[in-house]
Design a protein around this ligand. Sequence first.
Ligand code: GTP
Length: 235
Amino acid sequence: MKYKRILLKLSGEALMGSKNFGIDNDRLAQYAIEIKEAVDAGCEVAIVIGGGNIFRGIQAEKGGMDRVQGDYMGMLATVINSMALQSALEGMQVQTRLQSAIKMEQICEAFIRRKAVRHLEKGRVVIFGAGTGNPYFTTDTAATLRAIEIEADVILKGTRVDGIYTADPEKDPNAKKYETITFGEVYEKGLEVMDMTAFTLCKENELPIIVFDMNKKGNLRRILDGEKLGTLVTF
Ligand code: GTP
């Protein structure tokens, strides 16, 4: 297996599937199957999931809400998604532990790095909820931070696009996909991979990123098997 320990970043919006809001059960089940395959193959899997299908702090600010209040609401949204994913995984007999950056002791553990690592070593999927627990940070930054803390080999960013392109492939038909790209090139060309805080954190800690299409069946397993899918951001 190419990667022994991964941090999988999933988008909250992707959980909507074809719906306009909330969680699509089929999509949730599909993600759980993909993750189970990775676990069954012997990979240690940690997950961070966004909350955009339920609440977006930045949009709430545009509507007049206080930014910090909106960000905290967004963090709670990620906990809802994390609980849904936990439930879907446990329905498939995958052992999981949910750790939150904001204490909610009735529903999940608090984030404790050493405990998280222990869970991973025991083959449990660890889901990190509530982002970093701080406003003004994205779930991409939370994913990066946790990946570094648990010493993941790679951060796998599951998106609906199958990698990083020279331009937005949904708008520009001539856009070309990069198979690999360096951190420096991403800065130079002003490409959007993650927000800059998350991206810089990856670069400074030499954590490679793979951007790939999570909605295509079997892709996660293929990456673990060493297939070159999506785009690898490296040094
Ligand atoms: P090991 O000691 O490594 O075997 O880990 P463990 O997670 O099995 O042991 P622990 O006794 O810590 O946890 C047992 C169960 O309680 C797990 O499902 C945990 O997720 C859950 N748990 C642990 N701490 C908390 C907490 O603060 N709040 C909630 N709601 N559940 C917790």
